[in-house]
Design a binder for this molecule. Structure first.
Ligand SMILES: Nc1nc2c(ncn2[C@@H]2O[C@H](COP(=O)(O)OP(=O)(O)OP(=O)(O)O)[C@@H](O)[C@H]2O)c(=O)[nH]1
Length: 403
């Protein structure tokens, strides 16, 4: 019996012992999958940042390794400066204004050839008869001097020739020249008020119908002033023609003047206001304001130009209002001109395109009809083809040097 009990105990011990060995093994076998699963989960997150971490270094290294960076940074300004430096030589040095009309006289004389030659033919006759005087009258009228002014000029010339008994061609020509100069009222003040005063720039408004040459004239005046050592700012208040603002900016870039522009179709008065404001801020000598000149509607024009002037005058009075007239439009241009003089207080006339007409006598008609001095004349499309108007030099060109 004792043997039986001992055998049972031994069996129990063996069974328990065997179970103790088998269960841990089984547990160990189960663990790997568990631990694998958990490892994957854990490893993945590091795996994700590992990729950006590997990518990050190069990004971080860029600033860290400044060696390649500075050349890039250093090169950038050089590349940027290059066009500025290239642009600088484009700033032109305009020709001085003194004696310009004399230099441009040939151009005027060329367009007046027929007029000068016609007069010379008549004046070279031995005795000036009634029909000769009529021919002289016709020549002057054809040259757009205007009927009224022509009658006055011929009347006075006839009187002088009769009283003085002038016989020679050169003598009559000289007297005609004197009468023409007198008709141009040489004592009129033709100076441009472009000098700054009371700590603010002089303001010049440029008005006239479309295509008369306003924008070109603004640019040319700017060049003249800069050539004379002044500083200039352009106001592109012609917001109706986008190309006008572009055109004025180009003039500005060429001579080194800033241009204040507004949005296309924007309020011209506000652009003009901003231009003068900017001119005051930066302390330029002269602000030149280019305006639009639509004439389809006189009331509209009046409203617009009047507003531009009023708004600009919030900064102070406008110093000069220049009316640009196309000489080739002849007497028709005079009618248009009158509308402008009713709207704004025109202080001077710029007669453009005199190089393109044989009717230079329009200068006399303009002054006589409007009572406003012609201050400048345009004698070509070139940037320096604008000259201060000088009656004597002009008449010499009108009559032709050899007449
Ligand atoms: N031959 C000649 N052409 C000129 C003269 N002045 C201006 N022009 C030309 O006339 C054309 C019209 O000039 P603009 O300055 O654009 O005229 P604008 O009055 O500003 O015209 P809008 O902006 O449409 O009102 C251009 O082709 C100029 O080059 C001149 O004195 N002689």
């Amino acid at each position: 019996m004792e043997y039986v009990v001992a055998a049972v105990i031994l069996l129990v011990v063996l069974v328990v012992g065997a179970a103790g060995l088998v269960v841990p093994k089984l547990r160990r076998r189960e663990l790997p999958p568990q631990s694998k699963g958990s490892t994957t989960t854990l490893e993945r997150p590091p795996a994700v940042p590992t990729v950006p971490e590997q990518e990050l270094p190069p990004l971080i290294e860029r600033p860290v390794s400044p060696a390649p960076a500075p050349p890039v940074v250093a090169e950038a300004p050089v590349v940027e400066q290059a066009p500025v430096e290239e642009a600088k030589p484009e700033i032109e040095q305009p020709a001085p204004t003194a004696g310009r009309l004399v230099r441009l006289r040939a151009r005027l004389a060329r367009s007046q050839n027929a007029f000068g030659r016609g007069l010379l033919t008549v004046l070279s006759r031995d005795h000036l008869e009634e029909e000769d005087w009529e021919e002289i009258e016709e020549s002057l009228i054809t040259a757009d001097v205007g009927v009224e002014a022509t009658q006055v000029i011929v009347e006075r010339l006839r009187e002088r020739v009769r009283i003085l008994g002038t016989r020679t061609v050169s003598g009559v020509r000289e007297q005609l020249a004197e009468e023409l100069v007198a008709a141009l009222e040489p004592d009129m003040d033709r100076s441009l008020r472009t000098t700054p005063h009371e700590g603010r720039p002089a303001v010049v408004m440029v008005v006239g119908v479309n295509g008369a040459g306003k924008t070109t004239t603004c640019g040319k005046i700017g060049r003249v002033l800069i050539a004379d050592g002044r500083t200039v700012l352009f106001g592109a208040a012609d917001t109706f023609r986008a190309a006008a603002a572009e055109q004025l900016s180009t003039w500005g870039e060429r001579v080194g003047a800033e241009t204040v522009r507004g949005p296309e179709g924007g309020d011209p008065a506000s652009v003009a206001f901003d231009a003068v404001k900017r001119g005051i801020e930066v302390g330029v000598d002269t602000v030149l304001v280019d305006t639009a000149g639509r004439l389809q509607n006189k009331v509209g024009l009046m409203d617009e130009l009047g507003k531009v002037k009023r708004v600009v005058e919030k900064h102070g009075p406008v110093d000069e209002t220049l009316l640009v007239l196309d000489a080739t439009t002849g007497q028709n241009g005079l009618e248009q001109a009158r509308v402008f003089t009713e709207v704004v207080d025109v202080t001077g006339v710029v007669l453009t395109k005199l190089d393109g007409t044989a009717k230079g006598g329009i200068v006399i008609a303009v002054q006589r009809k409007l009572g406003i001095p012609v201050k400048l004349v345009g004698l070509g499309e070139g940037p320096d083809d604008l000259a201060p108007f000088e009656p004597a030099a002009f008449v010499e060109a009108l009559l032709g040097a050899d007449a």
